[in-house]
Every structure is written in C-alpha cells, then in structure tokens.
Design a protein around this ligand. Sequence first.
Ligand code: MG
Ligand code: ZN
Length: 209
Amino acid sequence: MNMFDAIYCDFDGTITKEDSVNSFFELYAKNWMDSEKLWIEGKISSKENAIIQVGLLKNVSQKQLDDYIDSIEIDDYFLDFVDYVKSRNIKLTILSDGFDLFIQKILERYNLDIPYYANKLIYKNGDFSIEFPYYEENCDKKAGMCKCHKVKEDKFCYIGDGVSDLCIASKADFLFATKNLYKYCNENNIKCSHFNSFRNIIDMLDMCN
Ligand SMILES: [Mg+2]
Ligand SMILES: [Zn+2]
C-alpha cells in the first residue's frame, strides 16, 4: 500500500539543478531581476512577472536556444526516482510555472514519458511570447500555472523548491522541500521533509512504505 495516490513535482530548481527559466533570463533578458524582485516581494503576480520578463528576451537565435536547453542539467538521481515511482505504481506529474518548451525537450532527452503542465513559451524569429493555459483566476498566489487547481487526488505528495510552490505546498499530505521552499515552510510551520537530491526522497519513501 502506498501512502498516497500521486506525486506532483516542481520542475525548475527541483528536477533541474538550476532554475532553467532564471538562468535563461540571465543570459538573454537584460534587467530581468527588476520585475523578479517585485514578484518575490509579492507586488506583482508570477503571471505579470513572466509577461514582463519574456518581453525582455531579444534576438535569441535557434542555435542559442537549442544550446541553452542542451546545457540544462537535472538532479543526478531523478532518473532513479522515476524508476522507483514506476515500480511502486505511483502516478508522477510535473507542475511547473516555467516553460513547457524546456520541459518537453529535457524529457525527450531522457526518453521520459511524464505528464507535465506548464506555461506555453512560443518562439518565433528570435522573439518569445508566453501563454497561460493553466491560469486560474481564484488561485491564492495568482500563479501563471496554478498548481493547487491541478491536483485531484485526496492524498498526494508534493516536491518543490520555491515561490511557485506556495499555492500547493500547504495542501500536500506529504511535502518534500528544499532551498527557499524549505525555509518558507520552517518559518510558517508547514510540515515538510528536507531533501538535497532525489536520492534522499527515494530513501525516505522507501522507509515509509
Ligand atoms: Mg522551482
Ligand atoms: Zn494556485
């Protein structure tokens, strides 16, 4: 018997070693931190922030985009984790307030067939635009991709690292947190288990089952 029916997992900074969206802005969107700061302070929503930042991306060639996506590294134990949840028949879904384009390419790189929900990044002739197919007007955090409305199971586990996980973190039956999300949970008395890599998560799930 598993403790929960499903695992939902953040992408940037959780599955990937670094936040693939922020690193991309760092390279190609000058001044992206201006609106990032407003978002972290809660003055603008993540949707508003994403529209501003994607608008700053200029003159990125197809090769630059491809090379960038190729350079994104994932957690050393994520593939083991995918095998582990498969062997346990637990449903795994990626929920990301980042870009579908990056997620799709990285899953293809490793031949992974994992459902994902993310914002839609559209690339055309060096410029980008963004669409929000999973935006929910009544999301607590006004996230571009609202994670809390995507979860249907009664009992679920969530894994995440940051601000984009706040609308769902406190609702999870079992929460694995790292980096800023872990700090936030500690400060706000949200119960969670800390992880450094997916190896820790496999070990902890194994102990519980
Ligand atoms: Mg993240
Ligand atoms: Zn939400």
